[in-house]
Design a protein around this ligand. Structure first.
Ligand code: UDP
Ligand code: MG
Length: 316
């Protein structure tokens, strides 16, 4: 099978028939063999009935129905597991992404050798309250992930080589950083294609402004995990040792300073009356704590089931 189209959706009943007809038209015009996987993320409207009806009419339509609303990432994860096509395309259900982009995305994966191609909504039809923070968000994501050529990490329209989706695990709200996940898994050829974008035709957006707060926290988690996930001691142990040594030297200095003063007959105070003593003490305690955190992290990493999970591309 050439293409799997995965469509996560939450309360999008009005869009689905139109979207499906459009995808069908594009696929038939280009002679692709394909499947469309609708992942109904606990919709409370009639979305599932609409999907059932589409599946009756065409055996290329497949569906997954969640018992409740889990979020876009879990929906994508389950779609990825089910997908069988050589190229996997994800697309929002709200008709903001255009199925007309599919043939070119397919070509970029199969001919140009990209592992992942992300859409870039260069001209957006979204409110300013969303486009402006999005620019900032993408600049940060570029800097942190090191994927310098992407302008639109969170674009719903993306194409993947099948290997990519079978080897990454999207969870929580990590759908915003799939290119970063792919890069960490060793799929480095990541491209971008400028795509058409439409204003939402039906229904309302499912994400509020808290997407940016959560997005930043997720980015920090991912960065940290990819840097120190399997070797927490390298950061915590280093910082902890540094602080401890620093505090220790300070304490020794304070002690020697007093002894020197005592024996040379100069005026002196109790060590505990010196503010530096408390600074040094705190530094030593924090250093020990950090070191301990690193050690505990190391014990956990040792037991993580994926500690030896490598991407082996070829073997002879
Ligand atoms: N979506 C989903 N589960 C959710 C929230 C959203 O499957 O909990 C789907 C939604 O139906 C749509 C896509 O994710 O197909 C993108 O959502 P939306 O259009 O609301 O996001 P925006 O375009 O505002 O970024
Ligand atoms: Mg949308």
């Amino acid at each position: 099978m050439d293409i799997s189209v995965i469509i996560p959706l939450y309360n999008e009943e009005e869009s689905l028939p139109e979207l499906h007809a459009w995808i069908q038209r594009v696929m038939n015009e280009n002679g692709f063999s394909y499947e469309v996987i609708f992942v109904n993320d606990g919709s409370t409207d009639r979305s599932w009935q609409v999907i059932e009806k589409l599946a009756e009419e065409s055996d290329r339509v497949k569906g997954i129905k969640f018992r409740r609303n889990y979020g876009k990432s879990p929906a994508l994860f389950c779609g990825f597991e089910k997908a069988q096509g050589d190229v996997v395309i994800t697309m929002d259900a709200d008709l903001q992404d255009s199925p007309d982009e599919i043939p070119e995305l397919y070509r970029m994966i199969t001919r140009d050798g990209y592992d992942l191609v992300s859409g870039y909504k260069k001209k957006r039809y979204d409110p300013l309250s969303k486009t402006l923070p999005t620019k900032l968000f993408n600049a940060t994501a570029r800097a942190v992930s090191g994927i310098k050529n992407l302008h639109d990490f969170n674009c719903g329209l993306k194409a993947y080589r099948r290997d990519v989706v079978k080897n990454i695990e999207v969870y929580g709200e990590m759908h915003r950083y799939i290119p970063y996940l792919a890069k960490n898994a060793g799929f480095g050829k990541i491209g971008e294609k400028v795509v058409q974008h439409q204003a939402r035709k039906y229904g309302t957006t499912k994400f509020g402004l808290n997407r940016f707060v959560n997005g930043y926290l997720d980015l920090i988690s991912l960065w940290f995990l990819s840097k120190f996930g399997v070797k927490p001691m390298h950061i915590f142990g280093f910082l902890g040792s540094l602080m401890f040594v620093f505090g220790f030297i300070a304490v020794v200095y304070i002690g020697l300073h007093k002894l020197y003063a005592m024996y040379s007959g100069q005026p002196y105070i109790l060590v505990t009356d010196s503010p530096y003593f408390y600074l040094a003490l705190t530094t030593m305690i924090l250093g020990t704590q950090l070191f301990l955190a690193g050690f505990l992290g190391e014990m956990i990493a040792r037991n993580a089931p994926e500690r030896n999970n490598y991407q082996i591309e070829k073997e002879l």
